[in-house]
Design a binder for this molecule. Structure first.
Ligand SMILES: Nc1ncnc2c1ncn2[C@@H]1O[C@H](COP(=O)(O)OP(=O)(O)O)[C@@H](O)[C@H]1O
Ligand SMILES: [Mg+2]
Length: 257
């Protein structure tokens, strides 16, 4: 049985008219001391309203891609445009970091304050809100995510799933124009995963989400891309699908090339 992801509701002409939020052109990147091009002449265009999934094997460069968009990895070639502006200097990237919300693959990279409320309020305080405003914004988001009871909790003592939601709250507290989510369901139980699906489907925000879980991506995105040899494969080039297998591991979602 074959089940294809639903096509985007928006026809291709309308899609082409929507402004680009993130545009990568011919981006190449290798880690220092390595000859392996993790990103190799990579192109990607994320437009307003896109809900794009990304499913690709471990080590294919997904996290590196998000870090490059944020200016945390510096490409050796290519152009990064965010909201129509070319990113060149550290200052350029600093100015967009509140507009582009990255949920790190490891929540411990995101959360560094003593309590949950401090962590969530950190972003709004940095944006110039008063302490009371930052607290009000944070409480509202914690409530929307259904985790207001953790407000006074010591962040590093929370479970992995709870930390994930707090990290998401910290990102959303900045009111970003786009979310980049790096394996948000890792370590989440079924109930919290369902909660995340509901949250994403109710957010009026553009996002790009990396996940190994087909069902999750199918529930929250309109397109699923992949990565291979340092390049993006769009859904014109791949077909991510469920089907029956006779071989080992066939029960798990995966990609055939
Ligand atoms: N900090 C780093 N230094 C050197 N190599 C790295 C570093 N981070 C990742 N890599 C390498 O880059 C490749 C892509 O990694 P990554 O972007 O984390 O892939 P993915 O997120 O798809 O699993 C892998 O071969 C990985 O070993
Ligand atoms: Mg990764």
């Amino acid at each position: 049985m074959t089940q294809m992801p639903e096509d985007s509701q928006i026809d291709s002409k309308t899609k082409a008219d929507r402004p680009s939020i993130i545009k990568l052109t011919n981006i190449s990147f290798s880690y220092p001391g390595s000859k392996n091009k993790v990103l190799d002449c990579l192109n990607l265009n994320i437009r307003t309203g896109d809900r794009i999934g990304m499913m690709a094997p471990n080590g294919s460069g997904k996290t590196t891609l998000l870090h490059t968009i944020m200016g945390l990895c510096k490409p050796e070639a290519g152009v990064i445009e965010v909201l129509g502006n070319t990113m060149e200097t550290e200052k350029d990237f600093t100015s967009i970091r509140s507009r582009v919300g990255l949920l790190f693959q490891d929540s411990d990279d995101q959360l560094f304050c003593p309590t949950v409320l401090d962590d969530v309020a950190f972003g709004p305080l940095n944006l110039g809100y008063s302490p009371q405003q930052a607290i009000d914004i944070s409480r509202k988001i914690l409530k929307n995510l259904g985790i207001e009871e953790f407000e006074e909790s010591v962040t590093h003592r929370l479970s992995g799933g709870q930390k994930r939601l707090v990290a998401l709250a910290a990102v959303l507290a900045m009111s970003p124009g786009i979310l980049l989510l790096d394996e948000p369901t890792a370590g989440l139980d079924t109930a919290v995963k369902q909660k995340l699906i509901n949250i994403l489907n109710n957010l009026d925000i553009t996002y790009f989400v990396i996940s190994h879980e087909f069902d999750f991506l199918n529930a929250v995105t309109d397109n699923v891309y992949s990565m291979d040899k340092g390049k993006i494969l769009t859904d014109d080039e791949i077909h991510v699908h469920h089907h029956e297998h006779i071989h080992k591991h066939g029960k798990h979602p995966h990609i055939h090339k």
